[in-house]
Ligand binder design. Structure first.
Ligand SMILES: [Zn+2]
Ligand SMILES: [Zn+2]
Length: 172
């Protein structure tokens, strides 16, 4: 996600908008289907580079109930503060934390503007912690582990040991 736009941003109020259409950067701890797309506007606001725009991506998530991998579309607006600082991968990868003080995001790789760290942090923030393949996913049979949505297991008729009933409730 490298863009030769530094010259347009070095003076105060310099502004440029770029189209994003590239694979998700590494380090998101998630798998994506297809490219990250969208639009990011950068503006020199004096001392910092303000970045805002809209991104779309499709993340592959495991269903929290039946473990089936399914696509979850993401689409979000954002506003962030960036800075002309070098992306230092090992540092940047540990820098993000939900409850951390907001810090500026580095966007320089050599002399070239590289938006991958910005996009990576945004994706990390917006990938849901948990997802189900469909709202009424019945999950897995607690006896045989079959996916109840796509297979009929033989366990349905069994009576549940009352001592295990609360556990079964938890698993549903
Ligand atoms: Zn499911
Ligand atoms: Zn079963």
């Amino acid at each position: 996600m490298r863009y030769d736009i530094r010259n347009q941003l070095v003076t105060r109020d310099g502004q440029v908008t770029v189209e994003i259409d590239a694979p998700a950067p590494p380090g998101t701890d998630a798998e994506f289907a297809g490219n990250v797309t969208g639009r990011i506007t950068l503006r020199n606001v004096g001392g910092e580079i303000a970045a805002w725009g809209r991104l779309q991506a499709t993340v592959l998530m495991k269903c929290a109930r039946c473990l089936e991998v399914h696509e979850v579309p993401l689409s979000f607006d954002f506003t962030e503060s960036c800075a002309f600082e070098q992306i230092d991968e090992p540092l940047a990868y540990t820098q993000i934390a939900d409850d951390e003080e907001p810090s500026t995001i580095p966007i320089l790789d050599g002399e070239v503007v590289d938006l991958s760290e910005l996009v990576r942090q945004l994706l990390v923030l917006h990938v849901p912690a948990r997802s189900v393949c469909r709202a009424d996913c019945p999950g897995l049979c607690s006896h045989c582990g079959a996916r109840l949505a796509s297979s009929s297991c033989e366990c349905e008729q069994e009576t549940i040991d009352p001592r295990l009933a609360p556990l079964r409730k938890l698993l549903q």
